[in-house]
Design a protein around this ligand. Structure first.
Ligand code: SER
Length: 417
C-alpha cells in the first residue's frame, strides 16, 4: 500500500463509513492563537469548539493535519535525523467528536480500522491508559481499560497504566486537555515488547493517541471541567505508513525516496538507512562516517519539508519567535549539508520541488507557492553561508575551551557570541 492510499483509507473510513465531516488541514502557522508558535496537533483548529466558544454544523470531523513540532511545548528538533520516528514537520491523521461519541466510540472505531481494515495482528497491539492523580482529583482511567478488554478483547498484559507525561494530553500551558489512551505496536520477533512500551526500543512504537478532552487547563495549572466531553485523536501518518509498509523506520517509506534520490545526485552521498542504537538523547555518530551521512540526509529531507510548509503558510525566517524557529531549522539543514555532505553553495531550496512533487496532491498549496518558497529559502541560505565559516570557527574554539573546563561547561558569554 502506498502512503497516498493509506492517507485516503483513513479519511474514507471515518468520512464514508462513520459519518465524519472532512475538514481540511489548517495552516501550520496558527491564525489566531497566541499560545502557539506552530500548529502542533490536529485539534488546534477545533480548540474553540472544545472550549464551548463556537458551534459548527457537524459533530464529527476527520482529516490529515500538517503539524510542526519544533519549538514550544512539543519539540522534537534535536532528535530529528537520529530518530527513526520523529520529524519537525509531519502529518497527523485524526478523528474528532464534539460532544458526540466518547470513549467507547473512539476505541471501537480505532480497533476496527487497525485490525479490521488494516489487518494488524491484535496480539502485537498494546494500549496505555492514565493512572490518575489523586491530588488533582482525576481518577484512574479504568473505564478506558475496561473498554479495551471488552471491545478489543485485550488481556491485562497488553494494557499498561502511565502517568501525566504519557497519558494526559495537554496542548500547551493552557487550553483543552484530558486523559488519553495510546495504541502501541510491538514488532519484536517474539512479541515480548510489552515491557518496552514508552521505552527506547524502536521495535515498539506508539501509533495512535486517543484523547478524551474534558478540561480546560489554566495558566496556574488548575483544570476546569468543560461543558461537554469530546474526543481528539492523532495518528502519526509516517508511523502508520512505516507499520503498514513493513519498514523499521519512518524514512524507509515511499514518501522519502525522492528526497534521498535528489540529495544523492547533488552531493554524491548515498543513503543507506542506518541509525544510532537509540532514537533519542545525545546518541551521535561517533567516528562512523556513513552514519553521519545518513543522519544528515534525513535531517535535511525533514527540514526541507518543515521550511517549505511553514513558508507556504506565511512564516518568514527572522530573529523572533516563529521566524527564529524556522531560521534555526533552515540553518541546521544547511549546516548538515556543509559539514557532512560538503555542499558549500545554497542547495536546500532545490528540494522545494521535491516536496511539492511528493506532497502536492494532498496539499496543493506547496505546489502553488513553490516558487516563492524556494526564493525565501535561497536568500536565507546565502546569508547564512556568508558567515558560516567564521561562525563554525568561533564555535569550535569555544567548544574546545569548554572541553578543558572542569565539568565541561560551555560559557554563557561564548554561547551568546
Ligand atoms: N492531540 C493529541 C496528540 O497530539 C491527539 O491528537 O497526540
Amino acid at each position: 500500500m502506498t502512503s497516498q492510499e493509506i492517507r485516503r483509507q483513513f479519511i474514507d473510513f471515518f468520512v464514508q463509513k462513520h459519518a465524519h465531516r472532512f475538514v481540511p488541514s489548517s495552516p501550520v502557522v496558527p491564525q489566531d492563537d497566541p499560545t502557539l508558535l506552530f500548529t502542533n496537533a490536529g485539534m488546534n483548529q477545533f480548540k474553540p469548539i472544545f472550549l464551548g466558544l463556537e458551534k459548527r454544523d457537524y459533530h464529527r470531523a476527520a482529516n490529515t493535519q500538517k503539524c510542526i513540532r519544533a519549538g514550544g511545548k512539543h519539540n522534537d528538533l534535536d532528535d530529528v535525523g537520529r530518530s527513526r520516528r520523529h520529524h519537525t514537520f509531519f502529518e497527523m491523521l485524526g478523528n474528532w467528536s464534539f460532544g458526540d461519541y466518547f470513549k467507547r466510540g473512539a476505541i471501537e472505531m480505532a480497533w476496527e480500522l487497525l485490525t479490521g481494515v488494516w489487518k494488524l495482528d491484535p496480539s502485537r497491539l498494546h494500549v496505555t491508559c492514565y493512572e490518575g492523580d489523586e491530588k488533582a482529583g482525576i481518577p484512574r482511567d479504568d473505564e478506558a481499560a475496561n473498554l479495551w478488554r471488552e471491545v478489543a478483547g485485550l488481556d491485562d498484559d497488553h494494557i499498561h497504566f502511565f502517568g501525566f507525561k504519557d497519558n494526559f494530553w495537554v496542548m500547551g500551558d493552557t487550553g483543552p486537555c484530558g486523559p488519553c489512551t495510546e495504541i502501541h505496536v510491538d514488532r519484536t520477533p517474539d512479541k515480548t515488547g510489552g515491557k518496552d512500551v514508552n521505552g527506547d526500543n524502536p521495535a515498539v512504537m506508539e501509533i495512535w493517541n486517543l484523547v478524551f478532552i474534558q478540561y480546560n487547563r489554566h495558566a496556574d495549572g488548575h483544570l476546569e471541567p468543560l461543558p461537554a466531553k469530546h474526543v481528539d485523536t492523532g495518528m502519526g501518518f509516517e508511523r502508520i505508513c512505516q507499520v503498514l509498509q513493513g519498514k523499521g523506520d519512518n524514512y524507509a517509506i515511499d514518501l522519502w525516496q525522492p528526497f534521498f534520490g535528489h540529495l544523492s545526485k547533488l552531493s554524491g552521498a548515498k543513503y543507506t538507512g542506518r541509525f544510532p542504537a537509540s532514537d533519542t538523547g545525545s546518541a551521535d555518530a561517533g567516528g562512523d562516517d556513513q552514519l553521519r551521512i545518513d543522519i544528515a540526509l534525513r535531517a535535511i529531507a525533514d527540514h526541507a519539508r518543515m521550511a517549505t510548509f511553514s513558508i507556504a503558510d506565511g512564516a518568514v525566517p527572522s530573529n523572533k519567535k516563529r521566524g527564529a524557529v524556522l531560521r534555526s531549522v533552515i540553518r541546521r539543514a544547511v549546516r548538515f549539508g556543509y559539514q557532512v555532505l560538503g555542499i558549500k553553495t545554497p542547495f536546500l531550496h532545490s528540494l522545494v520541488p521535491v516536496v511539492a512533487g511528493a506532497m502536492g496532491d494532498a496539499f496543493p498549496e506547496v505546489r502553488q507557492k513553490a516558487g516563492h518558497v524556494a526564493e525565501v529559502i535561497r536568500i536565507e541560505e546565502e546569508s547564512f553561508l556568508s558567515v558560516i565559516d567564521r561562525g563554525l570557527k568561533v564555535f569550535e574554539e569555544a567548544a574546545d575551551a569548554a572541553r578543558e573546563r572542569p565539568g565541561k561547561v560551555f560559557a554563557g558569554a561564548d554561547l551568546f557570541n
